[in-house]
Design a binder for this molecule. Structure first.
Ligand code: NOJ
Length: 556
């Protein structure tokens, strides 16, 4: 691919509001040395692709030394690079190359827990009870303690306590039993996590995703989530960032109900960004039910957030489509519609990528991508979803959605020159999603491919700040299968109208505040009839949607 013009980064404190984030795992993206594992030199070779795609921020999943029993979220060393992916010098080169192309970089700060192979844990289990070394982690002799904390990895763990024969005590873990939780009551743990943050921000990364952040503290008689102490820690972390690193960003991973989720913004003094977990399943419910209320309801339940803050919105990521925070009834509905095959279910969720979830229905994929790129917040795209990659529910855990990126129809989908048996995970050969048909090369060459369509939509989004920064207002419309909203920022007014039904639909929308303006459909630059005081009438094909710019009539 031809190199694109370089686009140096512009200094901008609120850059994350205009971001389009692309989530990827170094190991899954491109293998430069034929060992079957993606690496930083491979990723550097694909930066032109990412720049051309139209994203402007890369979120890298954990790439640190790790036994990889939780895909790198089990960290054994916070300040170096897993040798399978390259060296710190390779990372540095990657960061510079990304920045030269105008791409910002977000890495992971996983501070709730470490791997049980981390030297801190090795030291802790041998240290005398009560010593500062032992107290890096949370220990007890009584595994009935903190009984009100739920178990998150329900399919794998039966308790949040595990007996350690070396320490002769139980240690606390909210995730796998090989991931002991750090003890935030110990000031040395605060310092150690601040040091890890200093290391990566010092190298120049633009943002840090704070993994599993609601679970930092435990207290008896609570569910050990969202405790005030956790917010105190986050405020201190944010002050530390503000004092030392201008224009950086903290992104909370807090899978909670809307109000608790929003609490991670603080008063604009905790995280700058935060994943909108509650919205994600509702997008799929709305399409499944062919009704707009799941989306409208959740947005109404979402509290206003401080001016400098921003939601990160997403359809899919490297985890299961989590249904932890929906009602039992909604979860049953989601399983019935999206995971008839019980192998697709894991913990309280669905381990599928976007295209297979939607039965490879192009119109539905476009509809949901259109909403992802126009609802309030910064969109996060998961690698491979731009080409409609498939998954493999026969692999264990969440591996099925973490298979190698499909670049071409060549050996190993163009991901690696190595022995196919050596790949860290097999490529997708499902008949519908086979890499010979679903890959970047084929889709770059076809002007009608999902990839080319996604690029077009990203280009449109990137031209309009209203998507990232604008106000959001639902407009009344008589047909409940149609979602209608307006985004406004400075001189820009955008109207988004989406048909959640797979049948053709008419709608009448109250657009009276915009009387006299002309809707211009943005993909085709087509002018629609002028808005009047009367209900505005539109018709749609199944799953159709429009993005309009509302313009002054005289500019016609
Ligand atoms: C959240 C991450 O997204 C997930 O992949 C991981 O398994 C858990 N944290 C535990 O580390």
């Amino acid at each position: 691919m031809e190199a694109l013009p370089l686009k140096p980064l512009v200094d901008e404190p609120l850059w994350y509001k205009d971001a389009v984030i692309y989530e990827l795992h170094v190991r899954a993206f491109a293998d430069s040395n034929g060992d079957g594992i993606g690496d930083f030199p491979g990723l550097i070779g694909k930066l032109d692709y990412l720049q051309d795609l139209g994203v402007n921020t890369l979120w890298l999943l954990p790439f640190y030394p790790s036994p990889l029993r939780d895909d790198g979220y089990d960290i054994a060393d916070y300040t170096s690079v897993n040798p399978s992916y390259g060296t710190l010098a390779d990372f540095d080169r990657f960061l510079n190359e990304a920045h030269r192309r105008g791409l910002r970089v977000i890495t992971e700060l996983v501070i709730n827990h470490t791997s049980d192979t981390h030297p801190w844990f090795t030291r802790a289990r041998k240290a005398p009870p009560g010593s500062p070394e032992r107290d890096f982690y949370v220990w007890t002799d009584d595994p009935t303690k903190f009984a009100d904390a739920r178990i998150i990895f329900k399919d794998f763990e039966t308790s949040n306590w595990t007996w350690d024969p070396v320490a002769k005590a139980y240690f606390w873990h909210r995730f796998y039993s090989h991931q002991p939780d750090l003890n935030f009551d110990n000031p040395a743990v605060w310092q150690a996590t601040f040091d890890a943050l200093d290391f990566w921000l010092g190298l120049g990364v633009d943002g840090l995703r704070l993994d599993a952040v609601p679970y930092l503290y435990e207290r008896e008689g609570t569910n050990c989530e969202n405790l005030e102490l956790t917010h105190t820690y986050l405020k201190a972390l944010r002050r530390h960032v503000n004092e030392r690193y201008p224009n950086r960003m903290l992104l909370a991973e807090a899978n909670q109900q809307p109000a608790e989720s929003a609490s991670y913004f603080g008063d604009g003094d905790e995280c700058h960004m935060n994943f909108h977990f509650p919205l994600m399943p509702r997008l799929f419910m709305a399409v499944g039910l062919e009704e707009r209320y799941p989306i409208i309801d959740i947005l109404r339940m979402t509290p206003p957030i401080p001016e400098s803050c921003q939601w990160a919105i997403f359809l899919r990521n490297h985890d299961e489509l989590t249904l932890e925070m929906v009602t039992d009834e909604d979860r049953d509905f989601m399983y019935r519609i999206y995971a008839q095959d019980t192998r697709a279910r894991i913990n309280l969720g669905i381990r599928r990528r976007l295209a297979p979830l939607l039965e490879n229905d192009r119109a539905k994929i476009e509809l949901l991508t259109g909403l992802l790129l126009s609802l309030p917040g910064t969109p996060v795209l998961y690698y491979g979803d731009e080409i409609g990659m498939g998954d493999n529910i026969y692999l264990g855990d969440r591996h099925g959605v973490r298979t190698p990126m499909q670049w071409s129809g060549d050996r190993n989908a163009g991901f690696s020159q190595g022995n196919p048996q050596r790949l860290y995970l097999p490529v997708i050969i499902d008949p519908t999603f086979h890499y010979e048909a679903v890959n970047v090369e084929v889709q770059q060459a076809n002007p009608h491919s999902l990839l080319r369509w996604t690029k077009k939509l990203l280009r449109l989004r990137n031209r309009h700040h209203a998507f990232g920064r604008g106000t959001f207002e639902i407009r009344p419309a008589d047909n409940t299968k149609i979602l209608t909203f307006v985004r406004q920022y400075e001189q820009e007014t955008l109207l988004v109208v989406a048909n959640l039904s797979h049948y053709a639909q008419p709608v009448e929308i109250d657009l009276s505040p915009f009387e006299g303006l002309v809707p211009v459909e943005m993909l085709g630059e087509t002018k629609f009839p002028v808005v009047t005081a009367k209900p505005y009438r539109l018709t749609f094909g199944g799953h159709g949607f429009y993005w309009f710019r509302l313009e002054q009539a005289e500019s016609r």
